[in-house]
Ligand binder design. Structure first.
Ligand code: PSU
Ligand code: MN
Length: 347
């Protein structure tokens, strides 16, 4: 009787079943809502360094056709540094991890008529469900949306431009990017150039601490305290909680955290390359004006970030676009090197 009870107990053992189901999800992540390319599936299964790339920067950030040139550049940066790129977005209500060049062109082309949705955690069920109901919508995934899909596909490293944050006045509006809560709950490492200073950077860092997110900034041999970068500029006036020197240190942190019962994400900030940094005072003026216009014209909620970004572009001329492209490229290269170091540790 005891043996029979034990046997039935074992059979029901939920943690083991759950672990197996999770494992099989990573091995066979396909479903009617999620499509992972064969190349990415194979790379994940064989421990190759895979780097996730988001698509909101193409649908809501860069204009067409520069966005397609950027997407192509970023994929080639990953490959030439020894990684496998996984561009992630939504096509007709299906989440795609590892989009083909044709799929990227189809999604990026929506920038012309702004027909794609900006997809963060709250929008994933909506856009996939609408696809099932016959309304095929395309979507560019934000950092939050891209992290969820990366994790489902077994991808641990993700390189992009800038992180969302607590908006100025967020203590009243409660406009806090879903990127921050996602970093608190999803074990993916995001490498970006920090956040643009149209956001409240001190409150953003406080929020990330509360969410349990490790935040470190690459110093590359610089001594002394290092600022958490403010996208176009290396200084934000706010110290980075942690400083790391190189990709090997970053990978060791990712590896250690994955072996500990800590399931939050990690953010490594990569300061803009010096030769492309825009003087802070110059950028501050532009940003003040962009934030003022958003307020006057009533751009709130998820429309706020794209509006402010487009005004910054307009007011700073081509300069911000050049810096933007240079820093994304540098972040994606950095992300690939971290993924390569991590693959060595996991081999
Ligand atoms: N910040 C930038 N560039 C961007 C974004 C933020 O400097 O392209 C995009 C990213 O996709 C990010 C999203 O995940 O905006 C955050 O939007 P929101 O602030 O509405 O959460
Ligand atoms: Mn918001």
């Amino acid at each position: 009787l005891v043996r029979a009870a034990l046997r039935s107990c074992l059979r029901k053992s939920p943690p083991i079943i759950r672990a197996r189901q999770l494992h099989s999800l990573h091995k066979h992540p396909q479903s009617r809502f999620l499509n992972v390319s064969e190349e990415v599936r194979d790379a994940v299964a064989t421990g190759k360094p895979v780097v996730a790339l988001e698509t909101t920067i193409y649908t809501h950030g860069f204009p067409y056709p520069e966005n397609i040139a950027l997407a192509t550049l970023l994929e080639s940066v990953v490959r030439s540094n020894g990684g496998v790129p996984a561009t992630i977005g939504i096509l007709g209500g299906t989440a795609k991890v590892g989009m083909s060049p044709e799929e990227i062109i189809e999604l990026a082309s929506t920038a012309e008529n702004k027909s794609a949705l900006k997809v963060s955690r709250r929008d994933l069920g909506y856009i996939c469900g609408m696809g099932m109901a016959g309304k095929k919508i395309h979507g560019g995934t934000t950092i939050s949306g891209t992290m969820i899909l990366s994790e489902l596909a077994g991808i641990k490293i993700f390189g992009t431009g800038g992180l969302g944050g607590v908006h100025r006045g967020g203590e009243n509006t409660m406009d806090v990017s879903a990127d921050l809560t996602e970093l608190g709950r999803t074990p993916v490492t995001v490498i970006s150039s920090g956040c643009k200073s149209f956001l409240d950077i001190p409150r953003t860092l406080e929020y990330l601490e509360t969410e349990g997110v490790c935040v470190g900034t690459f110093a590359d041999g610089r001594d002394g305290p290092v600022d958490f970068p403010a996208f176009y500029t290396r200084d934000s006036g706010v110290r980075s909680p942690r400083v790391i020197q190189n990709e090997a240190e970053a990978a060791a942190i990712v590896y250690a955290q994955s072996r500990l019962p800590v399931t939050s994400g990690i953010h490594f900030a990569n300061p803009v390359p010096l030769e492309y940094s825009v003087p802070k005072a110059e950028m501050d003026l532009v940003i003040e004006e962009a934030v003022r216009l958003a307020d006057v014209e009533g751009y709130r909620g998820s429309d706020n970030t794209p509006f402010v970004l487009s005004k910054i572009k307009e007011l700073s001329g081509g300069k911000s676009i050049i810096a933007n492209r240079a820093l994304i490229e540098s972040n994606v290269k950095r992300a690939t090197r971290v993924a390569v170091e991590l693959a060595k540790l996991e081999a």
